[in-house]
Design a protein around this ligand. Structure first.
Ligand SMILES: *[C@@H]1O[C@H](CO)[C@@H](O)[C@H](O)[C@H]1NC(C)=O
Ligand SMILES: *[C@@H]1O[C@H](CO)[C@@H](O)[C@H](O)[C@H]1NC(C)=O
Ligand SMILES: *[C@@H]1O[C@H](CO)[C@@H](O)[C@H](O)[C@H]1NC(C)=O
Ligand SMILES: *[C@@H]1O[C@H](CO)[C@@H](O)[C@H](O)[C@H]1NC(C)=O
Ligand SMILES: *[C@@H]1O[C@H](CO)[C@@H](O)[C@H](O)[C@H]1NC(C)=O
Length: 364
Protein backbone atom coordinates (compact mmCIF):
# COMPACT_ATOMS: atom_id res chain seq x y z
CA UNK A 1 0.00 0.00 0.00
CA UNK A 2 2.64 2.48 1.20
CA UNK A 3 4.91 1.32 -1.58
CA UNK A 4 2.37 2.24 -4.32
CA UNK A 5 1.78 5.58 -2.73
CA UNK A 6 5.50 6.30 -2.75
CA UNK A 7 5.65 5.31 -6.39
CA UNK A 8 2.78 7.59 -7.29
CA UNK A 9 4.46 10.41 -5.42
CA UNK A 10 7.75 9.78 -7.18
CA UNK A 11 6.14 9.84 -10.61
CA UNK A 12 4.10 12.94 -9.80
CA UNK A 13 7.23 14.81 -8.81
CA UNK A 14 8.93 13.70 -11.99
CA UNK A 15 6.01 14.79 -14.16
CA UNK A 16 5.92 18.10 -12.34
CA UNK A 17 9.59 18.71 -13.10
CA UNK A 18 9.12 17.91 -16.76
CA UNK A 19 6.21 20.34 -16.95
CA UNK A 20 8.20 23.03 -15.18
CA UNK A 21 11.12 22.47 -17.51
CA UNK A 22 8.97 22.81 -20.63
CA UNK A 23 7.31 25.87 -19.18
CA UNK A 24 10.71 27.46 -18.53
CA UNK A 25 11.79 26.96 -22.13
CA UNK A 26 8.50 28.38 -23.32
CA UNK A 27 8.90 31.39 -21.05
CA UNK A 28 12.49 32.03 -22.07
CA UNK A 29 11.74 31.86 -25.77
CA UNK A 30 8.80 34.14 -25.47
CA UNK A 31 10.67 36.41 -23.15
CA UNK A 32 13.66 36.83 -25.39
CA UNK A 33 11.63 37.97 -28.31
CA UNK A 34 9.75 40.52 -26.30
CA UNK A 35 12.51 41.82 -24.13
CA UNK A 36 14.51 42.67 -27.19
CA UNK A 37 12.01 45.39 -28.00
CA UNK A 38 10.98 46.50 -24.61
CA UNK A 39 12.24 46.81 -21.09
CA UNK A 40 9.43 44.90 -19.46
CA UNK A 41 10.36 41.66 -17.76
CA UNK A 42 8.78 38.36 -18.78
CA UNK A 43 6.78 38.33 -15.60
CA UNK A 44 5.51 41.83 -16.22
CA UNK A 45 4.50 40.89 -19.74
CA UNK A 46 2.75 37.74 -18.57
CA UNK A 47 0.88 39.79 -16.03
CA UNK A 48 -0.18 42.38 -18.59
CA UNK A 49 -1.35 39.69 -20.97
CA UNK A 50 -3.40 37.93 -18.36
CA UNK A 51 -4.95 41.24 -17.25
CA UNK A 52 -5.76 42.08 -20.85
CA UNK A 53 -7.32 38.70 -21.50
CA UNK A 54 -9.56 38.85 -18.44
CA UNK A 55 -10.51 42.44 -19.19
CA UNK A 56 -11.29 41.64 -22.82
CA UNK A 57 -13.60 38.84 -21.80
CA UNK A 58 -15.52 41.25 -19.56
CA UNK A 59 -15.71 43.88 -22.31
CA UNK A 60 -17.09 41.45 -24.85
CA UNK A 61 -19.66 40.10 -22.39
CA UNK A 62 -20.73 43.60 -21.48
CA UNK A 63 -21.21 44.62 -25.11
CA UNK A 64 -23.45 41.61 -25.60
CA UNK A 65 -25.41 42.41 -22.45
CA UNK A 66 -25.99 46.03 -23.49
CA UNK A 67 -26.93 45.12 -27.06
CA UNK A 68 -29.54 42.73 -25.68
CA UNK A 69 -30.78 45.29 -23.21
CA UNK A 70 -31.29 47.92 -25.89
CA UNK A 71 -32.55 45.35 -28.35
CA UNK A 72 -30.25 46.13 -31.24
CA UNK A 73 -28.08 44.47 -33.84
CA UNK A 74 -28.03 40.71 -33.97
CA UNK A 75 -29.34 40.56 -30.42
CA UNK A 76 -32.60 42.18 -31.43
CA UNK A 77 -35.71 40.22 -30.60
CA UNK A 78 -39.11 40.86 -32.10
CA UNK A 79 -41.04 40.52 -28.87
CA UNK A 80 -39.39 43.55 -27.34
CA UNK A 81 -41.16 46.60 -28.62
CA UNK A 82 -38.86 49.46 -27.74
CA UNK A 83 -36.01 50.26 -30.02
CA UNK A 84 -34.24 53.45 -29.00
CA UNK A 85 -31.04 52.95 -30.93
CA UNK A 86 -30.61 51.54 -34.38
CA UNK A 87 -27.39 50.24 -35.78
CA UNK A 88 -26.87 50.21 -39.51
CA UNK A 89 -28.29 46.92 -40.83
CA UNK A 90 -24.86 45.63 -41.87
CA UNK A 91 -21.35 46.55 -40.72
CA UNK A 92 -19.50 49.21 -42.72
CA UNK A 93 -17.23 46.63 -44.31
CA UNK A 94 -15.59 49.27 -46.49
CA UNK A 95 -14.02 51.16 -43.57
CA UNK A 96 -12.07 48.20 -42.21
CA UNK A 97 -8.44 47.47 -42.87
CA UNK A 98 -7.95 43.79 -43.67
CA UNK A 99 -4.55 42.19 -43.65
CA UNK A 100 -5.25 38.80 -45.19
CA UNK A 101 -1.72 37.54 -44.80
CA UNK A 102 -1.64 38.11 -41.05
CA UNK A 103 -5.36 37.45 -40.62
CA UNK A 104 -6.18 40.76 -39.01
CA UNK A 105 -9.26 42.97 -39.40
CA UNK A 106 -9.39 46.35 -37.75
CA UNK A 107 -12.20 48.86 -37.51
CA UNK A 108 -10.31 52.17 -37.39
CA UNK A 109 -11.86 54.53 -34.87
CA UNK A 110 -10.25 57.92 -35.51
CA UNK A 111 -8.89 59.73 -32.47
CA UNK A 112 -8.54 56.41 -30.65
CA UNK A 113 -5.07 55.09 -31.25
CA UNK A 114 -5.65 55.03 -34.99
CA UNK A 115 -2.27 56.41 -36.06
CA UNK A 116 -0.49 53.72 -34.07
CA UNK A 117 -2.39 50.98 -35.87
CA UNK A 118 -2.18 52.61 -39.28
CA UNK A 119 1.55 52.60 -38.76
CA UNK A 120 1.47 48.95 -37.69
CA UNK A 121 -0.51 47.99 -40.77
CA UNK A 122 1.99 49.73 -43.00
CA UNK A 123 4.77 47.72 -41.34
CA UNK A 124 2.79 44.50 -41.72
CA UNK A 125 2.32 45.41 -45.37
CA UNK A 126 6.10 45.12 -45.70
CA UNK A 127 6.92 48.83 -45.74
CA UNK A 128 9.89 50.20 -43.82
CA UNK A 129 9.88 53.04 -41.29
CA UNK A 130 11.73 55.16 -43.82
CA UNK A 131 9.27 54.53 -46.63
CA UNK A 132 6.37 55.34 -44.37
CA UNK A 133 7.98 58.45 -42.89
CA UNK A 134 9.06 59.81 -46.23
CA UNK A 135 5.69 59.43 -47.89
CA UNK A 136 3.82 62.63 -48.64
CA UNK A 137 0.51 60.84 -48.42
CA UNK A 138 -1.64 61.04 -45.34
CA UNK A 139 -1.05 57.86 -43.33
CA UNK A 140 -4.62 56.62 -43.75
CA UNK A 141 -4.37 56.98 -47.54
CA UNK A 142 -0.95 55.42 -47.58
CA UNK A 143 -2.22 52.36 -45.73
CA UNK A 144 -5.38 52.24 -47.81
CA UNK A 145 -3.23 51.82 -50.89
CA UNK A 146 -1.59 48.80 -49.32
CA UNK A 147 -4.82 47.30 -48.04
CA UNK A 148 -7.67 48.31 -50.34
CA UNK A 149 -11.22 47.95 -49.04
CA UNK A 150 -12.97 44.64 -49.63
CA UNK A 151 -16.43 44.23 -51.05
CA UNK A 152 -19.09 43.08 -48.61
CA UNK A 153 -19.01 39.60 -50.10
CA UNK A 154 -15.28 39.24 -49.70
CA UNK A 155 -15.42 40.74 -46.22
CA UNK A 156 -18.16 38.40 -45.03
CA UNK A 157 -16.14 35.46 -46.29
CA UNK A 158 -12.82 36.38 -44.72
CA UNK A 159 -13.89 38.06 -41.45
CA UNK A 160 -14.49 34.86 -39.45
CA UNK A 161 -10.99 33.75 -40.31
CA UNK A 162 -9.32 36.89 -38.96
CA UNK A 163 -8.71 38.46 -35.58
CA UNK A 164 -11.29 41.24 -35.50
CA UNK A 165 -10.38 44.14 -33.27
CA UNK A 166 -11.30 47.70 -32.45
CA UNK A 167 -9.78 50.32 -30.14
CA UNK A 168 -12.15 52.49 -28.13
CA UNK A 169 -11.62 55.61 -26.07
CA UNK A 170 -13.62 57.59 -23.54
CA UNK A 171 -16.30 59.27 -25.71
CA UNK A 172 -15.78 62.74 -24.20
CA UNK A 173 -12.00 62.53 -24.57
CA UNK A 174 -12.42 61.50 -28.19
CA UNK A 175 -14.85 64.34 -28.95
CA UNK A 176 -12.50 66.87 -27.39
CA UNK A 177 -9.55 65.43 -29.27
CA UNK A 178 -11.47 65.65 -32.54
CA UNK A 179 -12.42 69.26 -31.79
CA UNK A 180 -8.87 70.27 -30.98
CA UNK A 181 -7.43 68.49 -33.95
CA UNK A 182 -9.94 69.42 -36.64
CA UNK A 183 -11.70 72.61 -35.62
CA UNK A 184 -9.75 74.58 -33.10
CA UNK A 185 -6.35 75.09 -34.62
CA UNK A 186 -7.19 76.80 -37.85
CA UNK A 187 -4.26 77.73 -40.04
CA UNK A 188 -4.22 80.61 -42.50
CA UNK A 189 -3.11 78.18 -45.24
CA UNK A 190 -6.09 77.80 -47.50
CA UNK A 191 -5.28 74.24 -48.52
CA UNK A 192 -4.82 72.83 -45.04
CA UNK A 193 -7.04 70.16 -43.57
CA UNK A 194 -8.20 72.56 -40.89
CA UNK A 195 -9.53 74.88 -43.62
CA UNK A 196 -11.43 71.97 -45.05
CA UNK A 197 -13.02 71.35 -41.66
CA UNK A 198 -13.70 75.02 -41.20
CA UNK A 199 -15.55 75.24 -44.48
CA UNK A 200 -17.46 72.05 -43.94
CA UNK A 201 -18.31 72.45 -40.23
CA UNK A 202 -16.66 75.31 -38.35
CA UNK A 203 -18.14 78.16 -40.35
CA UNK A 204 -21.66 76.76 -40.08
CA UNK A 205 -21.31 76.08 -36.37
CA UNK A 206 -20.18 79.64 -35.69
CA UNK A 207 -22.88 81.27 -37.76
CA UNK A 208 -25.53 79.24 -35.98
CA UNK A 209 -24.34 79.30 -32.37
CA UNK A 210 -22.26 82.43 -31.89
CA UNK A 211 -24.04 85.31 -30.29
CA UNK A 212 -22.74 88.38 -32.02
CA UNK A 213 -22.29 86.45 -35.24
CA UNK A 214 -19.14 85.39 -36.96
CA UNK A 215 -17.44 88.73 -36.46
CA UNK A 216 -16.92 88.08 -32.78
CA UNK A 217 -13.42 86.82 -32.15
CA UNK A 218 -13.35 83.35 -30.61
CA UNK A 219 -11.05 84.32 -27.80
CA UNK A 220 -13.34 87.08 -26.57
CA UNK A 221 -15.98 84.45 -25.87
CA UNK A 222 -13.75 82.54 -23.54
CA UNK A 223 -12.35 83.29 -20.14
CA UNK A 224 -8.67 82.66 -19.52
CA UNK A 225 -8.25 79.09 -18.32
CA UNK A 226 -11.10 77.78 -20.48
CA UNK A 227 -8.98 76.86 -23.47
CA UNK A 228 -5.43 75.91 -24.32
CA UNK A 229 -4.37 76.65 -27.86
CA UNK A 230 -1.18 75.17 -29.25
CA UNK A 231 1.46 77.59 -28.12
CA UNK A 232 3.16 77.96 -31.47
CA UNK A 233 0.01 79.09 -33.25
CA UNK A 234 -2.12 82.04 -32.47
CA UNK A 235 -5.84 81.62 -33.06
CA UNK A 236 -7.34 83.26 -36.11
CA UNK A 237 -10.47 84.09 -34.16
CA UNK A 238 -13.21 82.60 -36.32
CA UNK A 239 -12.93 79.03 -34.98
CA UNK A 240 -15.87 77.57 -33.09
CA UNK A 241 -15.39 77.25 -29.36
CA UNK A 242 -15.67 73.85 -27.71
CA UNK A 243 -19.05 74.87 -26.31
CA UNK A 244 -20.31 75.82 -29.77
CA UNK A 245 -19.11 72.50 -31.11
CA UNK A 246 -20.86 70.64 -28.30
CA UNK A 247 -24.11 72.53 -29.01
CA UNK A 248 -23.75 71.53 -32.64
CA UNK A 249 -23.28 67.84 -31.69
CA UNK A 250 -26.30 67.95 -29.40
CA UNK A 251 -28.53 69.40 -32.12
CA UNK A 252 -27.29 67.19 -34.94
CA UNK A 253 -28.71 63.83 -35.94
CA UNK A 254 -25.47 61.88 -35.69
CA UNK A 255 -26.95 58.81 -37.34
CA UNK A 256 -26.96 60.62 -40.66
CA UNK A 257 -24.52 63.52 -40.38
CA UNK A 258 -21.45 62.77 -38.40
CA UNK A 259 -17.87 63.05 -39.44
CA UNK A 260 -15.73 59.94 -38.90
CA UNK A 261 -13.91 61.75 -36.10
CA UNK A 262 -16.96 62.21 -33.90
CA UNK A 263 -19.46 59.62 -35.09
CA UNK A 264 -20.57 57.42 -32.15
CA UNK A 265 -18.65 54.13 -32.00
CA UNK A 266 -21.79 52.05 -32.17
CA UNK A 267 -22.76 53.58 -35.51
CA UNK A 268 -19.29 53.26 -36.96
CA UNK A 269 -17.99 49.86 -35.88
CA UNK A 270 -21.42 48.30 -35.17
CA UNK A 271 -20.40 46.16 -32.18
CA UNK A 272 -23.94 44.80 -31.79
CA UNK A 273 -23.92 43.47 -35.33
CA UNK A 274 -20.33 42.30 -35.59
CA UNK A 275 -18.72 40.45 -32.69
CA UNK A 276 -15.15 41.58 -32.15
CA UNK A 277 -12.49 39.24 -30.82
CA UNK A 278 -10.66 42.03 -29.04
CA UNK A 279 -11.96 45.35 -27.76
CA UNK A 280 -8.94 47.44 -26.87
CA UNK A 281 -9.01 50.80 -25.13
CA UNK A 282 -6.73 53.80 -25.36
CA UNK A 283 -6.80 53.97 -21.57
CA UNK A 284 -5.19 50.51 -21.34
CA UNK A 285 -3.25 50.75 -24.57
CA UNK A 286 -0.10 49.08 -23.29
CA UNK A 287 -1.65 45.78 -22.28
CA UNK A 288 -4.19 45.78 -25.08
CA UNK A 289 -1.57 46.28 -27.78
CA UNK A 290 0.50 43.47 -26.31
CA UNK A 291 -2.59 41.30 -26.24
CA UNK A 292 -3.50 41.99 -29.87
CA UNK A 293 0.06 41.40 -31.04
CA UNK A 294 0.35 38.16 -29.08
CA UNK A 295 -3.04 36.80 -30.01
CA UNK A 296 -2.29 37.44 -33.67
CA UNK A 297 1.20 35.95 -33.26
CA UNK A 298 2.92 39.07 -34.56
CA UNK A 299 5.60 39.44 -31.87
CA UNK A 300 8.34 39.32 -34.47
CA UNK A 301 6.69 41.75 -36.88
CA UNK A 302 5.48 44.72 -34.90
CA UNK A 303 6.49 46.24 -31.63
CA UNK A 304 4.01 47.48 -29.15
CA UNK A 305 4.65 51.17 -28.91
CA UNK A 306 2.73 53.61 -26.83
CA UNK A 307 2.83 57.27 -26.22
CA UNK A 308 1.50 57.14 -22.71
CA UNK A 309 4.14 57.84 -20.15
CA UNK A 310 2.04 56.71 -17.22
CA UNK A 311 2.91 53.59 -15.29
CA UNK A 312 1.21 50.75 -17.19
CA UNK A 313 0.61 48.80 -14.00
CA UNK A 314 -1.20 51.65 -12.36
CA UNK A 315 -4.81 50.87 -13.21
CA UNK A 316 -6.04 53.88 -11.26
CA UNK A 317 -4.64 56.02 -14.04
CA UNK A 318 -6.63 54.34 -16.75
CA UNK A 319 -9.99 55.98 -16.32
CA UNK A 320 -8.89 59.40 -15.29
CA UNK A 321 -10.12 62.55 -16.93
CA UNK A 322 -7.34 64.27 -18.86
CA UNK A 323 -5.94 67.63 -17.76
CA UNK A 324 -7.01 69.11 -21.09
CA UNK A 325 -10.61 67.96 -20.62
CA UNK A 326 -10.66 69.62 -17.20
CA UNK A 327 -9.85 72.90 -18.94
CA UNK A 328 -12.32 72.64 -21.83
CA UNK A 329 -15.23 71.31 -19.85
CA UNK A 330 -15.29 74.57 -17.89
CA UNK A 331 -16.79 76.10 -21.05
CA UNK A 332 -19.86 73.90 -20.61
CA UNK A 333 -22.63 74.00 -18.07
CA UNK A 334 -24.00 70.88 -16.44
CA UNK A 335 -26.95 70.61 -18.77
CA UNK A 336 -24.61 70.75 -21.80
CA UNK A 337 -22.69 67.82 -20.32
CA UNK A 338 -25.90 65.94 -19.63
CA UNK A 339 -27.18 66.45 -23.18
CA UNK A 340 -23.85 65.47 -24.69
CA UNK A 341 -23.84 62.37 -22.53
CA UNK A 342 -27.33 61.44 -23.71
CA UNK A 343 -26.14 61.75 -27.28
CA UNK A 344 -23.31 59.28 -26.73
CA UNK A 345 -24.96 57.27 -23.97
CA UNK A 346 -24.91 53.97 -25.81
CA UNK A 347 -21.14 54.22 -26.32
CA UNK A 348 -20.71 54.91 -22.60
CA UNK A 349 -22.83 51.87 -21.73
CA UNK A 350 -21.34 49.51 -24.31
CA UNK A 351 -17.77 50.19 -23.28
CA UNK A 352 -18.30 50.97 -19.58
CA UNK A 353 -17.16 54.54 -19.39
CA UNK A 354 -18.18 56.97 -16.73
CA UNK A 355 -19.20 60.59 -17.22
CA UNK A 356 -19.74 61.73 -13.65
CA UNK A 357 -16.41 63.47 -13.07
CA UNK A 358 -16.92 65.71 -16.10
CA UNK A 359 -19.88 67.39 -14.40
CA UNK A 360 -17.59 68.65 -11.69
CA UNK A 361 -15.66 70.74 -14.21
CA UNK A 362 -18.70 72.24 -15.89
CA UNK A 363 -20.28 75.42 -14.52
CA UNK A 364 -23.80 75.46 -13.11
C1 LIG B 1 15.40 50.38 -22.03
O1 LIG B 1 16.62 49.69 -22.15
C2 LIG B 1 17.57 50.33 -22.98
C3 LIG B 1 18.83 49.47 -23.04
O2 LIG B 1 18.48 48.14 -23.08
C4 LIG B 1 17.89 51.72 -22.43
O3 LIG B 1 18.77 52.39 -23.30
C5 LIG B 1 16.61 52.53 -22.28
O4 LIG B 1 16.89 53.76 -21.66
C6 LIG B 1 15.60 51.78 -21.46
N1 LIG B 1 14.34 52.53 -21.45
C7 LIG B 1 13.64 52.76 -20.37
C8 LIG B 1 12.38 53.52 -20.54
O5 LIG B 1 13.98 52.36 -19.27
C1 LIG C 1 9.76 57.06 -38.46
O1 LIG C 1 8.79 57.66 -37.63
C2 LIG C 1 8.58 56.99 -36.42
C3 LIG C 1 7.40 57.64 -35.71
O2 LIG C 1 7.39 59.01 -35.85
C4 LIG C 1 9.85 57.01 -35.59
O3 LIG C 1 9.65 56.33 -34.37
C5 LIG C 1 10.95 56.34 -36.37
O4 LIG C 1 12.18 56.45 -35.67
C6 LIG C 1 11.09 56.94 -37.76
N1 LIG C 1 12.01 56.10 -38.50
C7 LIG C 1 12.83 56.54 -39.47
C8 LIG C 1 13.69 55.52 -40.09
O5 LIG C 1 12.84 57.69 -39.81
C1 LIG D 1 -19.89 85.55 -41.80
O1 LIG D 1 -21.27 85.46 -42.06
C2 LIG D 1 -21.68 86.14 -43.23
C3 LIG D 1 -23.20 86.07 -43.27
O2 LIG D 1 -23.65 84.81 -42.90
C4 LIG D 1 -21.02 85.51 -44.44
O3 LIG D 1 -21.41 86.20 -45.64
C5 LIG D 1 -19.54 85.57 -44.29
O4 LIG D 1 -18.90 84.90 -45.34
C6 LIG D 1 -19.13 84.93 -42.96
N1 LIG D 1 -17.70 85.12 -42.77
C7 LIG D 1 -16.91 84.10 -42.60
C8 LIG D 1 -15.48 84.44 -42.37
O5 LIG D 1 -17.28 82.92 -42.64
C1 LIG E 1 -1.25 55.74 -9.64
O1 LIG E 1 -1.82 56.87 -10.25
C2 LIG E 1 -2.43 57.76 -9.35
C3 LIG E 1 -3.10 58.87 -10.15
O2 LIG E 1 -2.27 59.37 -11.16
C4 LIG E 1 -1.36 58.28 -8.39
O3 LIG E 1 -1.96 59.16 -7.46
C5 LIG E 1 -0.71 57.12 -7.67
O4 LIG E 1 0.35 57.59 -6.86
C6 LIG E 1 -0.15 56.12 -8.66
N1 LIG E 1 0.35 54.94 -7.96
C7 LIG E 1 1.51 54.39 -8.25
C8 LIG E 1 1.86 53.17 -7.45
O5 LIG E 1 2.28 54.84 -9.09
C1 LIG F 1 -26.45 75.98 -20.49
O1 LIG F 1 -26.00 76.44 -21.73
C2 LIG F 1 -26.97 76.37 -22.77
C3 LIG F 1 -26.33 76.78 -24.04
O2 LIG F 1 -25.25 75.98 -24.32
C4 LIG F 1 -28.16 77.24 -22.43
O3 LIG F 1 -29.13 77.10 -23.44
C5 LIG F 1 -28.73 76.79 -21.12
O4 LIG F 1 -29.75 77.69 -20.72
C6 LIG F 1 -27.65 76.78 -20.04
N1 LIG F 1 -28.20 76.19 -18.85
C7 LIG F 1 -28.06 76.74 -17.67
C8 LIG F 1 -28.71 76.02 -16.54
O5 LIG F 1 -27.44 77.76 -17.51
Amino acid sequence: MICTLKKILKYSVLVLFVILFIYQIFLLNNGKRLISYDNLSEIQIAKLLSNAKAENFKRISNVEKICRYYNIGKFKTKNKATVIYKEPPTPHYEIFYYDLKHKLSWCPVYKAGSSTWLYNFALLGGHTDEQINNSKLQLSHYVRNIFPPLTSWEAIRILPDTLKFVIIRHPFERILSAYRDKLENLTPDDKSESRFYYKKFGRKIVSKYRSGGNNTNTKFLLKPGQFKWDTNKSPIGIEPTFKEFVRYLIDTDLTTRADDHWIPFYLYCTPCTLTYDIIGKVETMLQDQLFIIHTAGLQNKIKPHWRHKTNPFNQTNSHRISEIAKIYFTQLNKSDVKELYEKYKLDFKLFQYDETEYYTYAVN
